[in-house]
Design a protein around this ligand. Structure first.
Ligand SMILES: [Zn+2]
Length: 127
């Protein structure tokens, strides 16, 4: 499930959605905050253009809402059911989670968004 060729691989690693051979981002570390959203123009392996059209990644906003909710629910479940924390602590933990994981949420949403429109191509990957 988590091998090259699976969508999940490209989504979780941020690799090229068509060949899965290299990262789409100029800096692989999402916590280099000035370069969080720097995406290369083309894949140097298969020459896929990442921005299919101008402002393509604006659509990732919709995905980031869902991904943010998933992180918030996870924070709620952990602090409510496992830590049995007060409502104030739960609120703070949800806000803290969303702030700390913001770069990861942004990248995950972009990876999911581009993987909706592009699919793995075995021939490109072997080129
Ligand atoms: Zn590629």
């Amino acid at each position: 499930m988590f091998k090259k060729g699976a969508k999940l691989y490209s989504i979780l690693t941020g690799s090229c959605p068509k060949c899965h051979q290299e990262s789409m981002y100029s800096n692989k570390n999402p916590y280099h905050l000035t370069e969080v959203l720097h995406i290369n123009e083309h894949c140097s392996h298969c020459n896929t253009k990442y921005r299919i059209e101008p402002s393509f990644f604006y659509g990732a906003m919709y995905v980031s809402y869902a991904v943010g909710i998933a992180f918030a629910v996870a924070a709620f479940v952990i602090s409510h059911f496992f830590l049995e924390a007060s409502i104030h602590f739960i609120f703070i933990s949800i806000v803290g989670t969303l702030v700390v994981f913001a770069p990861i949420i942004m990248r995950l949403s972009r990876n999911i968004w581009i993987n909706i429109f592009m699919h793995y191509d075995k021939n490109l990957s072997e080129k």
